[in-house]
Design a protein around this ligand. Structure first.
Ligand SMILES: [Zn+2]
Length: 371
């Protein structure tokens, strides 16, 4: 194992920041795995899982059991982690630009469509190698205009040619759930089973250019553009939401780190016995079947349902109680589904996020992720 410090913000007259990555195994000796935690900075469950994962990888490395390359970035956002306002961590958006740290990653497919014209054939292995080479160059050519973009480029440059990308996050309050590409369900379902995910949300394009999709959508965008060439979906990238921001315990983190180690064993990256997969707790759900609910007016948020409850269409999930006007408004989903994520706030202004319900049928379009 060796570690690398990447300069992110290095002007002499202001605070300087570096990103640290840990590198196991050897490039080219097998599959490449990239794992990062907490791109939204104060996603504490993700950082604790990464810490425990590091201990496991150190031991497996010492025993010679790493059959490939694994890069681990245990705290992926030093910029966001340094943002604290009046005692409250503020890690989702870059304060200097207002941009979400998990949006606007460079999508290499457009440039590659031109560069690859006439160069792809029926040899999938050769195609994958060529696409990875050009994708690395495309990310390297990105000229970041600010520190947050430098961070994004640094992270993407480590992940763009990986076979497996695990992007570890958490929600405000949530069941363990995941986001991945529709063509990747077969590759990601074992991870969902091992982690005990309750929802596996899938889309071919979510909108906003999130990190995992910058790594994975490249492949099916190119496959759609070059229908006569053999282009398999060669990067199994997934965003894992490790429950809620206060779900921080050794017991949960040990479970999650063990599940990831097992997944890497199943993928042939770790030379340890692979256990039988546990029974799935969910199958794939279209991301456009998720209904987000928002506050109809300002007030105190009182939940009537709990995370994990199945709710019927029109069934009240929560009330919004305005203590001055006396107005009490029940909030319900328009479609039946599983209540799987909610805000951690209990007083909301009009339009603020309340919760998400995963239904079965697609009904939304456009940008499918929250901002
Ligand atoms: Zn996040």
């Amino acid at each position: 194992m060796h570690s690398t410090k990447h300069p992110i913000a290095i002007d002499d007259n202001v605070a300087t920041l570096h990103l640290t990555s840990f590198h196991y195994g050897a490039p080219g000796s097998g599959k490449k795995v990239y794992i990062q935690a907490a791109i939204h900075a104060d996603e504490v469950p993700a950082m604790l899982v990464a810490h425990l994962l590091r201990g496991r990888l150190d031991r497996l490395d010492a025993e010679g059991r790493i059959k490939g390359e694994i890069i681990l970035v245990p705290a992926a956002n030093p910029l966001g982690l340094s943002q604290v306002m009046h005692g409250a961590p503020f890690g989702r958006y870059d304060l200097s630009t207002g941009l979400n740290f998990n949006r606007a990653y460079r999508h290499a497919a457009e440039a590659l469509k031109t560069a690859l014209a006439g160069r792809l054939g029926q040899d999938a292995t050769a195609n994958v190698a060529l696409i990875r080479e050009l994708a690395r160059r495309e990310v390297a050519a990105w000229e970041p205009a600010d520190n947050a973009a430098t961070l994004k480029k640094t992270l993407l440059a480590m992940a763009i040619d990986a076979d497996i990308v695990l992007d570890l996050h958490c929600d405000n309050e949530a069941l363990l759930h995941m986001y991945t590409g529709t063509p990747l369900v077969e590759a990601i379902q074992p991870l969902a089973d091992l982690m005990g995910a309750r929802v596996l949300l899938v889309a071919k394009e979510s909108g906003g250019e999130a990190f995992d999709e910058a790594c994975s959508r490249l492949w099916w965008d190119l496959a759609d553009h070059f229908p006569d060439a053999a282009i398999p979906p060669s990067c199994a990238a997934v965003t894992v939401e490790l429950r809620g921001e206060n779900d921080v315990s050794y017991a949960l983190a040990e479970h999650d780190a063990d599940a990831i180690v097992q997944y890497l064993a199943q993928a042939g990256v770790l030379d340890i016995p692979a256990r039988r997969l546990p029974a799935p707790q969910c199958g794939p759900t279209p991301l456009d079947a998720v209904e987000p609910l928002a506050a109809p007016h300002a007030g105190v948020l009182v939940f009537r349902k709990q995370l994990g409850d199945q709710v019927a269409a029109g069934e009240p999930i929560a009330d919004v109680v305005n203590p001055v006007s006396g107005q009490v408004t029940p909030v319900a989903a328009s479609r039946a589904g599983l209540l799987f994520a909610s805000t951690a706030h209990r007083h909301l202004l009009r339009g603020m996020h309340i919760c998400k319900v995963a239904g079965a049928e697609s009904f939304r379009s456009g940008n499918l992720l929250s901002s």
